[in-house]
Design a protein around this ligand. Structure first.
Ligand code: AMP
Length: 122
């Protein structure tokens, strides 16, 4: 799947639409999800053009991957989630209902998150 530069996260990265930024460095941007599912719901995205986790894990440089994973841990820690706990999640493709075709990790926290995975709809 080719990268679509009109996706909403690409537009956020270009500054065309606003976001509530919580972290930024050379390789990574993180911001609050516009439709939070938990008291803390942060999206962490690479600045590079990667469609999904599969694309990122295959093609990103070691520096990008290291920066990304360090950022996820740091953001969770800085939001007070390391002690009580949190969940990270990346949806890839149709079966996971990925909506935005720019790789992102969700950080969920701030309450008991229940069991690991829900039932499929229908
Ligand atoms: P996914 O299903 O993993 O692709 O999730 C996409 C996420 O992006 C959803 O949780 C949306 O609420 C979130 N989202 C969509 N547009 C925006 C936006 N403009 N700013 C922040 N979050 C957004």
């Amino acid at each position: 799947m080719a990268y679509d530069r009109s996706n909403v996260f690409a537009r956020i990265l270009r500054g065309e639409i606003p976001c509530k930024k919580v972290f930024e460095d050379t390789h990574v941007l993180a911001f609050n999800d516009i439709n939070p599912q938990t008291p803390t719901h942060i999206l962490v995205i690479p600045k590079g053009e990667y469609v999904s986790s599969d694309d990122f894990f295959e093609k990103a440089s070691d520096a990008e991957i290291a920066a990304f994973m360090r950022a996820v841990g740091r953001i969770a820690r800085e939001h007070g989630l390391a002690a009580p706990g949190y969940r990270i999640l990346a949806n890839h493709g149709r079966d996971a209902h990925q909506e935005v075709p720019h790789f992102h990790v969700h950080i969920f926290g701030g309450r008991d998150l229940g069991r690991m995975i829900g039932k499929a709809p229908g």
